[in-house]
Design a protein around this ligand. Structure first.
Ligand code: SF4
Length: 246
């Protein structure tokens, strides 16, 4: 995969999709019950359009073709449903990667969501995404009007410069996650932006909130905390990304 920084994330998406998809199967390396959101059935996949300095799955996403096993949408959905029945969970997600790299991974994802939501009538699927492809391709966002689907979009930076430093993707792509929220909100899909707040000052976060409003985004910004694993801190030092909050 292209390794120079900064890179074109749409090209990286395309390359990653070729490495992690075979037909409608995608590479996953784990299925688990996770404590987040009060308990959620979780599938860990590989392959991303970004290479974030704080990614807890950095090593796998650097070379995604080398990790995991191929699973069909039916197999992924069945594994998630089995976890949810065992743990009495009603929430589902795919993490560790970007679920939407292009058309093939999008179709894989929507099949997983469709089966899970059909089998689990009280279920909600939380789509955790970096928003790049949903902003870049409005047609994909328009196909996500699915009952009980919630879309959480990690916006990564407070401006183009911080976006580039954190994700490795060129600064002009900062706008696409914001466009994704626009596309989804205009279709009536429940979507909201999220930001790792440990990396930014209050003034910078307020500036981002202003940018969101100026771009017509209604949803509130969710602030999340960094998981400071030692290898995450090492990668951040390597990328020159500093934690700014005490
Ligand atoms: S968008 Fe998420 S999965 Fe992709 S590199 Fe960044 S933190 Fe990792």
């Amino acid at each position: 995969m292209a390794s120079g920084l900064p890179f074109d994330p749409t090209q990286r998406s395309e390359e990653a999709e070729k490495l992690v998809m075979r037909g409608e199967k995608r590479l996953y390396y784990k299925f688990r019950a996770a404590p987040y959101y009060g308990g959620i059935a979780t599938a860990d996949a590989v392959g991303c359009s970004f290479l974030c300095a704080y990614c807890w799955n950095y090593g796998r996403n650097e070379n995604p073709g080398r990790f995991g096993k191929l699973y069909s949408p039916e197999q992924v959905a069945n594994n998630l449903l089995e976890i949810s029945r065992r743990r009495n969970f009603h929430l589902f997600r795919i993490t560790g990667s970007e679920p939407i790299l292009g058309e093939t991974s999008f179709e894989h994802l929507t099949k997983v969501i469709g089966i899970v939501l059909q089998e689990g009538p009280r279920a909600d699927f939380i789509l955790e995404t970096n928003g790049l492809m949903l902003g870049y391709r409005k047609d994909l966002a328009e196909r996500l009007l699915i009952r009980n689907l919630l879309v959480r979009i990690a916006v990564k930076g407070v401006d183009p410069a911080s976006f580039e430093k954190i994700t490795g993707a060129r600064s002009e792509f900062f706008i696409y996650p914001l466009l994704a929220i626009n596309h989804l909100e205009s279709r009536g899909v429940r979507a909201w932006p999220a930001l790792m707040d440990d990396l930014f000052s209050e003034a910078e976060i307020n500036e981002l909130k202003k940018t969101l409003r100026e771009n017509g985004i209604q949803a509130e910004l969710e602030l999340e905390c960094l998981e400071p694993y030692p290898f995450v801190q090492e990668n951040m030092r390597h990328h020159g990304v500093l934690i700014s909050c005490p």
